[in-house]
Write a protein that binds this ligand. Structure first.
Ligand code: GAL
Length: 593
């Protein structure tokens, strides 16, 4: 276990570096991450490269024994590139180009951009692939940050058509699976399929763009695949010259839900997982259970110790600031990461910037560069980590409970939300929160992962499950596992179309129930009573009829009072629970107990 800092040598006079490194050494800071936004220094004009500044920075860090995570600088393509190749710019849903001036303004599918990245990344990897200061790599920075996974440019459209052709082979099959007979959308060829830009009725149905749900889901998958492919290519460029491990800094679940990268797929390309953890800032204050859930997710992507690559270290915000971390908070946040399996916590950032958009985003040191209260707290953590290394070492929770995180289901729910307040990641959080309150570790698994190591698996709102998933869930239960399914599960096919079977569709036999009627809650609350005590539902109520299951809870209000809201079905050596309604937090806690 150790600590580090995100460092920007290019923001400071070289004369200052020595002071910074001495202070880092005194605070037991062992590693810095550098270089993620430096393309215009490496390549100030097209084809002319300058590595001298990075050579000096790395050599200086090495002299002080500080290790380095070196980044590929693709998050900020320079101005000359935008002017010369404007087609590399990402386009939004209305077809408007993102402009330079901020960052992440490029399209992952732009061939020109990909070529430019390949040239520079290869040079960087070749030059620093064996540098004794470097110990790891970071690809780009926060892939997908600020809605940049999904681009709507013409090159994406061409590549999407090719992707569809590979998947469906014939246009007739695509027509059948998308149900293009509805609204006269039948295509005569793949070159007629447009990417789902804002449709005519965008204003009135903004979350579906008024588009075909099959098309939307495929586009989301395609965009995620494009980011994963971009990452794979960058990793290959690095691995051609370096054996240092590679990661990329991921985002918290709520942000990633919006940006849409399948992190299980992305993590396959990486050697270790890292993420950026901001807790109290301009845009709100995160609940402790949410932070813990995000640590658990990141740990789960590789099922091994992870890093926090950016950990809040001071008051944060762009135009306005959140509160300064009160004494002890930095320790609390650090140990909460460590308790969840982090073995390196890197603070953002070393010293607060004097210029640029993030002048108010406070680092360990204030603008004046003098060690203060936060520096002292971090030094204390640094000392403690050295002692902890001699005793406990890295902690990796061994969870017996798992929650299935399905990106396909999440994206399907984001297209058709069922009710205004239903959000897949929040619903998953309600399960996690209950176990968090009990102090029980929970892993996240994809629907394709081996579940045999868990006593209990939750599959909240797993709206689509292919045959392979249904079979593996059945085998898990037959062998003695306990599975909990919920409302809005098993009712769609992988093309985002409804199945003709009675709810819960592909899970009817496993759950031993039928749902012939359900009640979206819109603006009301239905009450229920059962093994979870007394509860309120504000999202959804399935009115359950048992076939082989037995009831564990009933509704106590509305026209379905007395009907089951929760059941259990013995299946093989295990059991399948079905929760037909959402429960308030206290009832969830009692259920978890
Ligand atoms: C992260 C980003 C950093 C920095 C930080 C504070 O999202 O990776 O570069 O911008 O937020 O805003």
């Amino acid at each position: 276990m150790r600590i580090g800092a995100d460092y920007y040598p290019e923001h400071w006079e070289k004369e200052r570096w020595k002071t910074d490194f001495e202070l880092m050494n005194q605070a037991h800071i062992k590693v810095v991450r550098i270089g993620e936004f430096t393309w215009s220094l490496y390549e100030p004009v097209e084809g002319k490269f300058d590595f001298s500044w990075m050579d000096e920075a790395l050599d200086a860090l090495h002299e002080y024994g500080i290790k380095v995570v070196l980044c590929t600088p693709s998050a900020t393509p320079p101005k000359w590139m935008i002017d010369r190749y404007p087609d590399i710019l990402q386009r939004d849903i209305y077809g408007r180009a993102k402009l330079s001036g901020t960052r992440k303004h490029y399209c992952f599918n732009s061939s020109v951009y990909r070529k430019k990245c390949h040239i520079l990344n290869t040079k960087i990897a070749e030059r620093y692939g064996h540098h004794p200061a470097v110990e790891a790599w970071q690809v780009d920075n926060e892939l997908g940050w600020s809605n940049t996974t999904r681009c709507y440019c013409d090159e994406c459209q061409d590549k999407f058509r090719f992707w569809l052709k590979q998947k469906y082979k014939t246009i007739d099959r695509l027509n059948e699976k998308y149900g293009t007979v509805v609204w006269s959308q039948i295509y005569n060829g793949f070159d007629e399929v447009n990417i789902p830009r804002a449709g005519a009725c965008y204003e009135s149905c903004h979350d579906t763009q008024g588009q075909n749900p099959g098309l939307l889901l495929d586009y989301y998958r395609f965009c995620s695949d494009s980011v994963v492919d971009f990452t794979k290519e960058t990793c290959e460029d690095i691995r051609a010259y370096s054996s240092y491990p590679i990661s990329t800094n991921m985002l918290d679940a709520a942000v990633n839900s919006g940006t849409g990268i399948n992190y299980f797929d992305l993590s396959e390309k990486l050697d270790f997982a890292t993420w950026d953890n901001y807790i109290e800032f301009q845009w709100g204050v995160a609940e402790d259970a949410t932070v813990s859930r995000d640590h658990a997710l990141i740990r789960s992507y590789k099922k091994k110790p992870f890093w926090v690559m950016e950990q809040q270290a001071g008051a944060c915000g762009w135009s306005k600031m959140g509160p300064t971390p009160t004494p002890g908070k930095l320790r609390l946040w650090t140990y909460s990461a460590v308790a969840n399996g982090a073995d390196t916590v890197v603070y953002f950032r070393w010293r607060t910037a004097l210029f640029g958009l993030e002048q108010y985003w406070h680092g360990i040191l204030n603008h004046d560069g003098k060690p203060g209260r936060r520096y002292e707290e971090i030094s204390q953590i640094g000392r403690e980590m050295e002692l902890l290394n001699q005793t406990v070492g890295t902690l990796m929770p061994k969870a017996r409970v798992a929650i299935i995180k399905s990106f396909d289901s999440e994206w399907s729910h984001s297209i058709h939300r069922h009710v205004e307040n239903f959000q897949y990641d929040n619903y998953e959080l309600s399960f996690y929160r209950a176990f968090y309150r009990l102090g029980i570790a929970v892993d996240f698994i994809s629907e394709k992962e081996d579940m045999s190591g868990y006593d209990l698996v939750f599959a909240p709102a797993l709206i689509m499950a292919d045959t392979e998933t249904v079979e593996s869930l059945s085998a898990y239960v037959k062998n003695g596992g306990s599975l909990l399914l919920t409302f809005r599960s098993g009712i769609k096919d992988e093309f985002n179309a409804m199945l003709p079977e009675t709810v819960p569709g592909v899970f009817a036999e496993l759950a031993g129930i039928q749902v012939n009627d359900y009640d979206p809650q819109m603006e009301k609350q239905t009450t229920s009573s059962g093994v979870f005590g007394e509860a309120k539902s504000t999202l959804w109520c399935d009115i359950i009829e048992e076939t082989t299951a037995r009831p564990l809870g009933v509704y106590t209000s509305d026209f379905y009072a007395g009907k089951s809201c929760m059941t259990v079905n013995e299946y093989g050596n295990g059991e399948v629970y079905y929760l037909g309604c959402d429960l308030d937090d206290d009832a969830m806690l009692r259920l978890a107990e």
